[in-house]
Ligand binder design. Structure first.
Ligand code: 13P
Ligand code: 13P
Ligand code: MG
Ligand code: MG
Length: 362
């Protein structure tokens, strides 16, 4: 069995919230290289989604391994001290909400997507990471990929995919999950995941053989910190081909830039724009929200690749569309639906405004 762990955190941005600086990428590579030499991990790839540092690791320790989680936690902690604070990066250590590591990185601030499986004869893996949005942003994409035949031809023309997929959906408010089968229960599924700030797709399983097909990060910083501290820029792992959607069927879902929550100050609606690693940076209005997609073939635990999947003219039209959609939203300025509803905002001045106007209402 091989385990793939994608663990990420924002531990400091250059400039503001735009990107992870090269110093942090290099620092993380050094630490993971050392872990590879000590046989803690088999392989790794370090990259960034905007200002989020992404540690992709393969190993044989299973999901929720204390050793692997601790490696990621220590990497983030040490780099915060050694690099972020020294360079006075913006928001140094911002996602590290706890002081001491206690066995599992879940609930401590960083986001994590993890899956363990028996490596197939050929094992294509797609790795997605987004900045300036939240885990629920994956909901429409995962619906399209595993339940919509207008996106995924295999659901209709491949008998293995025709068995359908099981979605495990998390209720973020109650911390509970429910399993729903597609296609029979797609209306119930959509009734939940259409509210992405509340219900989030956590995992997807093949109903042909029960194998894990996709796993997403589902943390909610605000529930950990006890107050609103921002959006959890999300990560996602998807296995492709054979009993799963083809690589191109997975990517096809990203041809439409769905409106997601996040963007400026974590408080605005904007389109999720697919970009190459080179353009994995947030600029206009601290965005727009962006997603990178990396492809790997796994070979005896080694991560062969990556292939930068959105670094292609085939996604130029989507990016153009995303900027048109961004423009439509930006023209709304401080008005909803560009600005999020009060319960989803990272900042609000409303209590202070109400206080100031107290006594003036007639
Ligand atoms: P190949 O015949 O090139 O393997 O392609 C099959 C497939 O899954 C295309 O999406
Ligand atoms: P991050 O969550 O990516 O740090 O962004 C925060 C923000 O306020 C952007 O405007
Ligand atoms: Mg940041
Ligand atoms: Mg971020």
């Amino acid at each position: 069995m091989v385990t793939i762990s994608l663990i990420k955190a924002d531990i400091g941005g250059l400039v503001g919230h735009s990107v992870v600086p090269e110093e942090l990428i290099e620092g993380a590579k050094e630490k993971l290289e050392k872990a590879r030499e000590e046989n803690i991990i088999i392989d790794f790839y370090v990259f960034n989604a905007g200002d989020d540092l992404e540690l992709l690791m393969s190993h044989d320790k299973g999901v929720n391994s204390e050793e692997i989680h601790k490696l990621a936690w220590n990497t983030f902690k040490e780099l915060t001290e050694e690099v972020s604070k020294k360079l006075k990066l913006y928001g140094a250590g911002q996602d590290l909400l706890k002081d001491a590591f206690s066995g599992n990185i879940r609930g401590m601030g960083p986001g994590i997507a993890e899956m363990e499986f028996e490596e197939r004869k050929s094992e294509p893996l797609l790795v997605f990471a987004a900045d300036k949005t939240e885990p629920g942003a994956w909901n429409p994409y995962l619906y399209k990929i595993f339940a919509d035949p207008f996106n995924t031809a295999g659901l209709v023309i491949s008998p293995k995919l025709g068995k359908g997929f099981t979605y495990e959906v998390m209720d973020l408010k109650r911390g509970k999950t429910v399993k729903l089968n597609a296609p029979e229960e797609i209306y119930e599924l959509l009734a939940l995941i259409g509210t992405p700030a509340w219900f989030v797709i956590k995992d997807v399983y093949s109903r042909y053989n029960g194998e894990i097909a996709a796993s997403a990060s589902t943390s909610r910083l605000s529930l950990i910190a006890g107050k609103y501290v921002g959006k959890d820029d999300p990560a996602l792992l998807i296995r492709a081909q054979h009993e799963f959607p083809a690589v191109g069927e997975v990517l096809e879902a990203f041809s439409f830039p769905y409106y997601v929550a996040g963007w400026m100050r974590g408080s605005h609606t904007g389109p999720l724009m697919p970009v190459s690693l080179k353009h994995s940076q947030c600029t206009r209005f601290d965005g727009p929200p962006r997603v990178v997609g990396l492809g790997f073939q796994i070979s005896n635990g080694k991560l062969i690749g990556p292939k930068d999947m959105f670094d292609d003219p085939a996604f130029d039209y989507t990016r153009q569309k995303a900027m048109e959609m961004a423009e439509v939203m930006r023209r709304h300025g401080p008005f909803m639906p560009h600005r999020l509803g009060l319960d989803e905002m990272e900042y609000t001045s409303l209590p202070e405004v109400m206080k100031k106007l107290e006594g003036r209402w007639r």
